[in-house]
Write a protein that binds this ligand. Structure first.
Ligand code: PLP
Length: 386
């Protein structure tokens, strides 16, 4: 299978598996214990904390391990809501459902800051939304289009108004460089499985000195910021994945991923008419390509591509199976029929240039076939797979 679904999740790197296995096999001690084995587990977690901190330019003491990206996001939003003593949240209209559903549930009012047709947050509009707000959360890069948002500018504006800030950097981490100090925000969420680490492990950056209210209370682990016995193997895996991601970025890996993505796009756009690239091409994650294929239903394309051993997504992975067009595309003003004809192709450093070119051939063949079935007309068609 050619896996072009890296924004949904990524494969564990062999080094990550190797680092985790001993902790699954014999390293079962509770890291909060007082004996030698417990201290060994504690030391492994401390090392992972350093590795994760280095990926985003944080101090190790500012990293809180969580049970994944969704938990990091919920913790950050809960803490800011508490800090601000309630009040209206400002989030972008294109946030992941982790942010949207969590702020909705707070029921104190959420305003959705709009994006332009390129999927970029509009600064004037967000400035208006920030007036009288309690806190702000904006994603660093969108999971569907890959478009990178002007988070630093938004944080500056929010800080000048005294508002707590958070960024969901779950798609950005490991794909582009992140420096939390330069960014200037209060909190930032990341998730291991998006950069070749294990699922169900995440981290929340909490700026040193920030007043913080935990979401999970109990035994007081993670310096009281996230209770629950630590997942030593998962955290160790996240640490190694973070170190390898940092190395990949330093060695210019983002450019080689972009080269594969660009070759794929050039071939598809060069050989097929009626294909639209969604999202600002100049400010995207290096791995993401979001394309609409006029006259083809995404659901049909997904089935045919699967038969050709190409894995990708329509919208975000969480929306697969949903008949609704993606809220991200609707927020960009993309008409419903085009939104339902869009696919997300997301590369990782485990892909090869051959994958990119073969996947492009598959897309060209499949779109051509669907359009032939349809007889050259426009609008969605139903696919019967032989
Ligand atoms: C932007 C964004 N935020 C949050 C999440 C949720 O992260 P996790 O799957 O680790 O809970 C995802 C995962 O798809 C995501 O892409």
């Amino acid at each position: 299978m050619i896996d072009l679904d890296a924004n949904a999740t990524t494969a564990l790197l062999p080094e990550v598996v190797d680092a985790m296995l001993p902790w699954l096999r014999e390293g079962h001690a509770n890291p909060s214990g007082a004996h030698r084995e417990a201290k060994r587990a504690r030391a492994a977690i401390d090392r992972a904390r350093e590795q994760v901190a280095a990926l985003i330019g944080a101090d190790a003491s500012e990293i809180v391990f969580t049970g994944g990206g969704t938990e990091s996001v919920n913790t950050a939003l809960h803490s800011m809501d508490w800090l601000a003593g309630g009040g209206r949240a400002v989030v972008s209209a294109i946030e992941h459902s982790a942010v949207l559903r969590c702020t909705e549930a707070m029921a104190r009012g959420v305003s959705l800051a709009p994006v332009n047709a390129d999927g970029v947050l509009e600064m004037d509009a967000i400035a208006e939304h920030l007036k009288g707000a309690a806190f702000v959360s904006v994603m660093m890069a969108n999971n569907e289009t890959g478009v990178i948002q002007p988070v630093s500018k938004i944080f500056q504006m929010a800080k000048a108004m005294g508002l707590p800030t958070h960024s969901d950097a779950i798609q950005a981490a490991g794909k582009v460089a992140i420096d939390v100090k330069a960014l200037g925000g209060d909190m930032l969420s990341i998730s291991a499985h998006k950069f070749h680490g294990p699922k169900g492990v995440g981290a929340l950056y909490v700026r040193s000195g920030l007043a913080f209210e935990p979401l999970l209370r109990g035994g007081g682990q993670e310096s009281g910021r996230r209770s629950g016995t630590e997942n030593t193997a998962g955290i160790v895996g996240m640490g190694v994945a973070a170190e390898l991601a940092a190395k990949h970025l330093i060695e210019g890996g983002a450019a080689s991923v972009a080269a594969m993505r660009d070759a794929f796009e050039a071939k598809v756009l060069g050989e097929l008419a009626g294909v639209t690239l969604n999202g600002d091409p100049a400010r995207r994650l290096p791995n993401t390509s979001h394309l609409s294929f006029a006259g083809c239903e995404a659901a049909g394309l997904l089935i045919l591509l699967d038969e050709k051993n190409v894995a990708c997504s329509a919208g975000s992975a969480c929306m697969t199976g949903s008949q609704r067009p993606s809220h991200v595309q609707l927020a960009m003003g993309i008409p419903e029929v085009r939104a339902k004809s869009s696919l997300r192709f997301s590369f990782s450093r485990l892909n090869t240039m051959n994958d990119a070119l073969n996947a492009a051939d598959a897309v060209i063949a499949v779109v051509g076939r669907l359009r032939r079935v349809q007889g050259g007309g426009v609008g969605p068609v139903t696919v019967y797979s032989p």
